[in-house]
Design a protein around this ligand. Sequence first.
Ligand SMILES: [Zn+2]
Ligand SMILES: [Zn+2]
Length: 165
Amino acid sequence: MRERLCPVCQIELKPQIHYGVTIDVCPACAGIWFDADELTRLNEVDESILPRLDTLYQPQVVAYDPPWERLCPVCRYPLRPYRYLYTSDIELDTCDPCGGVWVDNAELEKMARVLHDARAMDIPPEAKAGMAIAQIEAEAAETRARAEFWRGLFNFMRARPRFPL
Ligand SMILES: [Zn+2]
Ligand SMILES: [Zn+2]
């Protein structure tokens, strides 16, 4: 197996296993290479993994001469920069042939935040609580209305003169 090189520092990446998923971490810049579905798999197992990986792997203080182009550690194909979740300001690098993703150090934490915000945008918990209260109130109003109806009917029946036989 050909060694996997950091697209930034061009030194060998170190395999690290988390939840049975082997990711490749650069011992110098602490960037992480995720094969095609590894990022998704890890996030599915544990949503708090991204920021924790960021803290776990810290970059060494080294002056880099960044390459003019980042190459995929697996295919050596030039990586293509793209925006995480399309609209965030986090720029990641992906390899089109193999679908892997390169994440620079400190970007994982930002990704986790963006992901969390995106999920929260769906329906915030306060709105859910508000909806639940509205539901309970609606049900209570219905129960009251029903009680009123039966009471009214009862009174009506009672007040009603008997049918002449
Ligand atoms: Zn590196
Ligand atoms: Zn590749």
